[in-house]
Design a binder for this molecule. Structure first.
Ligand code: RIB
Ligand code: CA
Length: 307
């Protein structure tokens, strides 16, 4: 089993990814850490707790940073994810409470207690990871890998012509994380836009998994409406899921090795770039994915063994 910590801002596509991670036999989710982004950090934490309970999972959920390192906070993406982060579909209130430790200390303590064993999966703004790097730089040698959803390399962003949302929401943190000397695999919009979950996908999910799949089906309606209006898609991009699928089915992906950096001011703020001068060339930019096999694997994982 691969031990992972997911740093997340749930979020509809975060919910797709978390439910997959909880269901997959090769993944052991040891903790969730939360971050502002799609919603504020308190709502992200509540939503993460609710997703744990929906999936009968009892793991630490640690509340993370409230705001970015340097810039003024951007508005949350309620027009993409709904006011409650789940397309305005309600889950029952969570019985459990957040962990006593915050996200930064949770990340550091778990990584250092399990040298070489923990993969950090970051699917929101990278503030928590940047704070953990600042407080305990030795974690770069203790993680197994850092797998990220964020950025846009050879295509426009989804918030500005240059910036993808997770990087846009904290470009300074993204720069810290992408230039640190640890092994990073980054799934930008270049690859996440190769996958579309359409209404048939969600119908199969709901009929094959009447509890978790039905919730994801219902929450996806709001997200699909957004994609229909913005991109004229008949479906939605499950961005964050790619970081999880990469861990279980790496053979479905093709990537390029590079050194990376992030533009932190001016018109192109939030743009992710290849930068041989600045960073270490131990980063993988994921370029291509087998869309059919990824969607099949997603459905199979969520519907296998479900009642
Ligand atoms: O740009 C896509 C990313 O922004 C995803 O992580 C999504 O959840 C939003 O946070
Ligand atoms: Ca996210």
């Amino acid at each position: 089993m691969k031990k992972i910590i997911i740093d997340t801002d749930p979020g509809i596509d975060d919910a797709f990814a978390l439910c997959y991670a909880f269901a997959h036999p090769q993944l052991e989710v040891v903790a969730l850490t939360t971050i502002f982004g799609n919603v504020n950090v308190d709502l992200a934490t509540t939503n993460a707790l609710k997703l744990c309970e929906l999936n009968n999972t009892d793991i630490p959920v640690a509340r993370g940073a409230v705001q970015p390192l340097s810039i003024e906070p951007n508005p949350h993406s309620t027009f993409v994810h709904g006011d409650n982060g789940f397309g305005n579909i309600e889950l029952p209130p969570a019985d459990s409470a957040p962990a006593d430790k915050d996200a930064t200390d949770t990340l550091i303590d778990i990584v250092l207690a399990n040298p070489g064993e923990i993969t950090l999966v970051a699917v929101g703004p990278l503030t928590n990871l940047a704070l953990a790097l600042k407080k305990a730089p030795e974690i770069v040698n203790a993680v197994e890998a850092v797998v990220i959803m964020g950025g846009a390399f050879d295509r426009p962003g989804n918030v500005t012509p240059h910036a993808e949302a997770n990087v846009w929401n904290d470009p300074h943190a993204a720069r810290e994380v992408l230039t640190a000397d640890w092994p990073v695999v980054i799934h930008g919009l270049d690859v996440t836009h190769q996958i579309i979950f359409d209404r048939d996908t969600f119908d199969s999910l709901s009929s094959g998994n009447p509890k978790v799949g039905k919730f994801l089906h219902d929450a996806a309606e709001f997200y699909i409406d957004f994609y229909q209006q913005r991109n004229n898609f008949a479906g939605c991009c499950p961005h964050d899921q790619l970081a999880l699928s990469y861990l279980t089915r790496p053979e479905l992906f093709e990537s390029e090795t590079a050194a990376l950096d992030v533009i932190t001011d001016g018109d192109e703020i939030g743009r992710t770039i290849r930068s041989p001068e600045k960073g270490m060339a131990n980063k993988q930019i994921v370029k291509k994915v087998d869309a059919t096999l990824l969607v099949n694997d997603y459905l199979d994982t969520l519907t296998r063994n479900s009642k």
